[in-house]
Design a protein around this ligand. Structure first.
Ligand SMILES: [Zn+2]
Ligand SMILES: [Zn+2]
Ligand SMILES: [Zn+2]
Length: 212
């Protein structure tokens, strides 16, 4: 994970390899679009040898892999991944998402992921949810996520309230400025201008609900 500071670029790979990789903008994963084995790892031939594509990319861009080390995909999300051949992260070739670890460490991590979520919360009776797709979800992480979402909505609501208040203040100032200039028009202007801010406020709060 210490290598994560290094910015690797797909275009530094040989074109034959690079053209089969799609970068996922959200996760930063380099998804191999070529041949994939049943275990979920990308495969390709390179200079007369068969390679797992994530190992090849690591060797070409980062550093040689010591013979006794394996590459761990740190981008894998155990809450949503079964850790098997259907894990989309196994196709990831981004060296910044790979960490060379001993087989023992890799196994230790895999075992830990069966008992803890990625954030280290223990899966036990009360802290585990089975989603409709059969994967496990951490209750504590979901709770934290909901709280963060509620906080975001709350601050967004305050932002909208301030915006409306500022809008009304400016409109009020503009009306105050207009009234002394045209006192004769004020009886007409008042019924016209009064419903307008109300309608705008209504629309603004409608948009807020829609986006939330
Ligand atoms: Zn990745
Ligand atoms: Zn995964
Ligand atoms: Zn968790």
């Amino acid at each position: 994970m210490t290598v994560a500071a290094v910015e690797y670029r797909v275009e530094d790979l040989p074109p034959r390899i690079a053209k089969r990789i799609t970068v996922d903008p959200e996760s930063g994963c380099w998804r191999w679009g070529g041949e994939v084995g049943r275990n979920g790892y990308g495969r390709t031939g390179w200079q007369g040898r068969r390679w797992l594509t994530h190992r090849l990319a690591y060797v070409l861009l980062a550093e040689p892999i010591p013979v006794d080390l394996e590459l761990d995909h740190t981008c894998c999300r155990p809450e949503t991944c079964h850790g098997g051949g259907d894990c989309p992260h196994r196709r990831c070739c981004n060296p910044a998402h790979l960490e060379a670890v001993t087989r023992a460490e890799n196994l230790r991590r895999a075992v830990r992921l069966t008992t803890h979520c990625r954030n280290g919360h223990r899966y036990d009776g009360a802290n585990i949810l089975i989603a409709s797709d059969g994967t496990r979800r951490c209750v504590e992480c979901r709770r934290a996520y909901s709280a963060a979402l509620a906080e975001r909505r709350r601050s967004w609501g305050v932002f909208m309230d301030n915006l409306v208040r500022e809008h009304e203040r400016r409109r009020g100032a503009a009306n105050d400025a207009r009234h002394p200039d045209s006192p004769a028009h004020s009886p007409d202007a008042t019924p016209d201008s009064t419903p307008t801010p109300v309608g705008e406020v209504g629309e603004a709060s409608g948009a807020q609900v829609g986006e939330g």
